[in-house]
Write a protein that binds this ligand. Sequence first.
Ligand code: MOS
Length: 746
Amino acid sequence: MPDIAYEQARHGSSIGQPLTRRDGFLKVTGGATFAADNRPEGMLHAVIAVSRIARGRVTHLDVAAAKAHPGVVDVMVPGNAPKLAADPDAKNDPFTFRLDLLQNDRVRYAHQPIAVVIAQTLEAATEGAELLAPRYEIEAPRIGLDTAEAHKPQAVGAGDKTAATKGDVEAGLANAERRIEAVYETPAQYHNAMEPHAIVAQWDGDRLTVDTPSQGMAMATMRLAGLFGIDPKNILVRSPFLGGGFGSKGFLSGPQVLGVMAAKHVGRPVKLVLRREQMFGPVGHRAETRQTLRLGTDGSGALTALDHHTLTATSSFDDFYEPASALSRYLYKAPALATTHSGVRLDTGTPLFMRAPGEASGSAALEAAIDEMAEACGMDPLAFRFANYAEAEPISERPFSSKALRECYEQGAARFGWERRSSAPRSMRDAAGRLVGWGVGTALFPALMMQAEARAEIRADGSGTVAIGAHDMGQGAWTALAQIGADGLGIDLDQLDFRSGSSDLPNGGIAGGSAHTATAGAAIHSAAAAVLAQLSDLATGDERSPLFGAGNAGVYAAGGRLIRRDDESRAESFSDILARAGKDSISASGKGAPDPASRESYAMHAHGAVFAEVTVDPDLGQIRVTRLVGAFAAGRIVNPRLVTSQYYGGMIWGVSFALHENAVVDPRSGRVMNPNLGEYHVPVNADVPSIEAILVEEHDPHVNPLGIKGVGEIGITGTAGAIANAVYHATGVRVRKMPITLDKVL
Ligand code: MOS
């Protein structure tokens, strides 16, 4: 039986179109309302005061001085903060993160909130927070991977297994003709979305309305309901637009909850916006890693063993670990494989999902190690990857639901001109005499599916509605999901009213794990299919209809009409069908979720290949990425323009990872010393002169009904390694500690 959803999408006119963002005009004209743009009547401003120490206790706050400020309304501190219905330190599941909500005077990391000042103006609140002049009882902070005793983490990432192995790695290494062992380090990084965490909170008795950026409104609602002991039905979370999230807005952070507490404390609406420097602590980060890679090959360059161990850090009080070794379970064929993790506890804020959590750091190390091994074998790095191409998932040995990585390598290499690469390091120069290096990295990101619900409706005038509490972080959900909705209902996009971005709509799940379009899209498609099923029942069961007797599977919808598959000249408009049935509208709900059977049978990943060119000034060491070509295969492409943008964004993160981002922590104070965008470097346009993304065709009949794999995070994987390899090719220097800066190549 044909898959109805896939079939239906094939007849539509929206999926596959390179539409511009439907919300783009609002955004560039200032018409899009971000959380901090809201200003309810009577609103006050809240500013948090944060700890300057990383471990210890707050012994004194000059609340009287702050309250004496003429604009200050009140100061919320541990002694007077609203009582919570649930302990914010209770952990019920891996997705409930412990929060610091002024329940005691303990300090667990630098920049932990220690008070909230509420005032008539932002300026008064800011000044009031300064006047608190905290005093501390200081304990020496545990900072850096060497300061604490290593232990085995209970959980990595979202409760993933910490270790996966196959075969005998030690024997594989012992029997290898060639071996390498290398240690790679990646620094702590912070999300730094353009929009800081912000919240406008309003209480009306037991009812709570919040405007706040969220990648998961339904989970935020449940967290608020638990903390404040109120019915989730009385909570409205609005998050129509986000200025980026990168994982840091997946879970409600402490400062967001403090905004809600502040509104309760003063009995007025309150706005709380983090300053940039306050984002370096309480809202998550990517922890540092130290990864040890051991590889062995036989005489033909085939891997005999691959061992990938990651040492990383979490906070002293919670359990998120960067699962950096996990990617090695999926990528290269080897008879013996081990991927393991260990951790230390540090006095930092709890790390969190951040832009390909695990895969980004892991890929940076793995792809460099693969390059080193290829060189040890005297092989071209691309030829080495072909020689170790996995036809089945290496550890699980399941077949891939689809894998067009070979085509990615080929198309990317052709566009880049890889065949003109001279293999020896320092052997290529540009016209100005700068060293030129070319490197390649393999990209991979799991094709995840989560859970979501949607509602769809067709009305008598032929128009339709799709409603889903989905999240547009800037990736284009308002556009891509509307395209899926229009095709699902068989109407033109301009006939569709797409409602999203609010928690009173059906639960759109989480915009994370690069799975939002696939998951929310599946929910939308199933709701639309249920509407069409009802509509076609009305028509195909009625002898007055030209569709009579065709049966549900015998019709498809397009252009606001149901059309017979066996005779496309026979069709009937939705309006006519509804009019004859005497109905104003038909609506239905649908769900999107992973299919356990196909997930069990197949390994599901998106793949890609990234080719990088760098130039390095031989005297000054200045490194420039001059060219990036990425070729990616990720199943069905809903909107090639948006997908290309996602790949660009991902590759730019890769540039950022390889060359720029580095949170420098002062080991004495435990504070990040560069908590601002002046000194925490991210790429600007001048850092990314030429970037190309190739959309490699791939059909995946198993991953989900629409054949969609995620595209949001894959671009960062592969890219950082490709750049590191290009820097080696240019200079002959292997920099194994990121970011790669000029002092390390001279
Ligand atoms: Mo992503 S780190 O799952 O927002």
